[in-house]
Design a protein. Structure first.
Length: 183
């Protein structure tokens, strides 16, 4: 009787039919989590590129002295906000989801004193536009180049089932500077 039980247990241990199904059942959930992670990381990277481009467009519009597409008589802050909003809307992102950065960039005012190192909120309450800031300072006592800074944050939410990061809002930060053109 004991030898019969040993023979049965040896035969069952040597049996390999169905092992592939068990291995696939163990590996498939991990593989799908990795694929979903790659997808959502790609989405986050795409949104980061879009908001960075929107900040660049805003800084460029805020720095242009004679903007042909801007409304006449508007400030550079309004022009910058309108350009950011247009770029976000063109990419099918909701511009109302943008918000001030947690810590606005630390900047120095131009020696001419025509700008503000604090965020200008006349255009919107969501995007930080700093005008008349010093972008660079050359040595030898000469004045630096004046410009405009645009910065904001945009939310992104991962959706990964059974993961600790799932459904948490991550704030992506975009910032850009542009030199004020004088011509």
């Amino acid at each position: 009787m004991l030898t019969s039980a040993r023979n049965i247990s040896r035969r069952l241990a040597a049996e390999t039919r169905g092992a592939e199904i068990a291995e696939a059942a163990a590996v498939m959930p991990v593989m799908f989590m990795v694929l979903l992670g790659i997808f959502w990381f790609g989405q986050a990277f795409s949104i980061y590129g879009t908001i960075t481009r929107a900040a660049q467009e805003g800084a460029r519009a805020g720095a242009a002295p004679h903007c042909t597409t801007c409304a006449s008589g508007t400030s550079s802050s309004v022009n910058a906000y309108n350009a950011v909003e247009a770029a976000l809307n063109a990419a099918k992102l909701d511009a109302s989801n943008a918000r001030y950065p947690v810590a606005p960039p630390s900047v120095t005012a131009c020696p001419s004193g025509t700008g503000s190192t604090t965020c200008d909120s006349t255009a919107s309450g969501t995007i930080c536009v700093q005008t008349g800031i010093e972008l660079s300072n050359t040595t030898g006592g000469a004045t630096g180049v004046c410009g405009v800074s645009v910065s904001f944050q945009y939310p992104f939410q991962f959706v990964l089932p059974y993961a600790s990061i799932s459904n948490q809002k991550i704030w992506l930060t975009a910032s850009a500077h542009a030199r004020v053109e004088t011509q």
